[in-house]
Structure formats: structure tokens, C-alpha cells
Design a protein around this ligand. Structure first.
Ligand code: AMP
Length: 214
């Protein structure tokens, strides 16, 4: 069993790689972004609280996020371990996570701003099953329709250029300090996420097999 964290700017491909590793190796992705989007869609109290922050590209407050993660970990089977995707995003969240479980490795999926803006502005997501597409790099067979479940594809509100720029700023200011935090603990592994997600997933799976699993 391993617990791994994916850190990286929005658009680095964290969600795509986490879902590939789930399919291939059985690790359970824990994406706070996905949990929040589901809550917004269902109109729950959490969703109502989170929506404005998300639409502005800002971070949802730490106590809300930490509560979500605790609940998710308590109610989901993780025999193989979790891949934390998009959590932690602040030092306070990282410190809270330390109290909850042991972390075996932290992958920094880094990509240039030009690459992430191009990726995010072309990203489309299935409304029904959450599968991720790109209008140029990974288009669905039929425009606007999910290959897997036939659901309708949409553009996330926060994938518009102005919000993308805000999310990148928030990443630089609030999340990037985690890089040193984990490097000092000897846990950080650098991944060049300017490449295709398939290559990143392969490199990460190999690393986990060689260094982290037992
Ligand atoms: P993501 O899908 O990971 O890019 O997350 C989408 C949005 O959800 C972010 O821009 C934040 O508004 C919010 N969010 C997701 N994860 C966190 C987190 N760990 N801390 C604070 N806000 C988060």
C-alpha cells in the first residue's frame, strides 16, 4: 500500500494520470476538486459554500477541505492506498494530512504556463462520468459526446482564460511552497508534465513499484 500526493499547476494532468493509475494499479484517487464539483452540482451545503471560491479560481478555506478529506478517507476503502490529487494545496492542509496518514511519495507534475493554458482552455469533461477530453489532443469520437458513457461534454467554468490565470497565481503563491516543504522531507519526485499523460503515468507507476510499494 502507498499513499502518494500529486502537486502541480492546474492543467499539469494530475487528474488524468491519477485515473490512469487507478485503472492500471488500483490506487484510489482522492480529488478534492471532483468532490467539490459534485457537491456544487448536487446543491449541497458544501457545494453552496464552495461555489463562489471555485468560480473565482480561489482556494476553498482549509477547514472545509480538511473536513472533506477526513470524511472521504473514513468512508472509502483504500487497501492499495490513496493518490491525493489537488490536496494538499496549502501548508496548513499538508500539516493536517500529516496527522491523518503516512505519505510515501510526492510527485511534482510541473508544466510551463503556456502548456497548461493551452491544455485547460481546450479541456472538456463528461457531465455524467467525469472522463476528461481535449478538443485537439484527445478529442472524443463524436464532438461533445463522451466515448465511454455517451454523456454530454462541457467546459468547466473555471477553465476560462481569465480564471485559469487566477488559478495559476494562487498556485504560485499558496501551493508552490509545498514543493520545498516536501523536498526537505526527502519525499519529492520531479516529473516533467509538459509531456503526454501516458508517459507521466508510466514513469510514476515505475517509480512507485521501485521505491514505495511493499
Ligand atoms: P481542481 O479540480 O483540483 O483544479 O480544483 C478546482 C477548484 O476547487 C480549485 O480552483 C479550488 O477552488 C477548489 N479546490 C480543490 N481542491 C482544493 C484544496 N485542496 N484546497 C482549496 N481549494 C481547493
Amino acid at each position: 500500500m502507498i499513499n502518494a500526493i500529486f502537486i502541480g499547476p492546474p492543467g499539469a494532468g494530475k487528474g488524468t494520470v491519477a485515473s490512469m493509475l487507478h485503472d492500471e494499479c488500483g490506487y484510489v484517487p482522492l480529488s478534492t476538486g471532483d468532490i467539490l464539483r459534485r457537491a456544487v452540482k448536487e446543491g449541497t451545503e458544501l457545494g453552496i459554500k464552495a461555489k463562489d471560491y471555485m468560480d473565482r479560481g480561489e482556494l476553498v478555506p482549509d477547514d472545509v477541505i480538511i473536513g472533506i478529506v477526513k470524511e472521504y478517507m473514513a468512508t472509502n476503502d483504500s487497501a492499495k492506498g490513496f493518490i491525493f490529487d489537488g490536496f494538499p494545496r496549502t501548508i496548513a492542509q499538508a500539516e493536517a494530512l500529516q496527522e491523518m496518514t503516512q505519505i510515501d511519495c510526492v510527485f511534482l507534475l510541473d508544466a510551463s504556463e503556456d502548456v497548461v493554458i493551452e491544455r485547460l482552455s481546450g479541456r472538456r469533461v463528461c457531465k455524467k462520468c467525469g472522463a476528461i477530453y481535449h478538443i485537439k489532443n484527445h478529442p472524443p469520437k463524436v464532438e461533445g459526446v463522451c466515448d465511454i458513457c455517451g454523456g454530454e461534454l462541457y467546459q468547466r467554468d473555471d477553465d476560462r482564460e481569465q480564471t485559469i490565470r487566477m488559478r495559476l497565481r494562487v498556485y504560485r503563491e499558496q501551493t508552490a511552497p509545498l514543493i520545498d516543504f516536501y523536498r526537505e522531507k526527502g519525499l519529492l519526485v520531479d516529473i516533467d508534465a509538459n509531456r503526454d499523460a501516458v508517459e507521466n503515468a508510466r514513469e510514476i507507476a515505475d517509480y512507485i513499484k521501485r521505491h514505495c510499494s511493499n
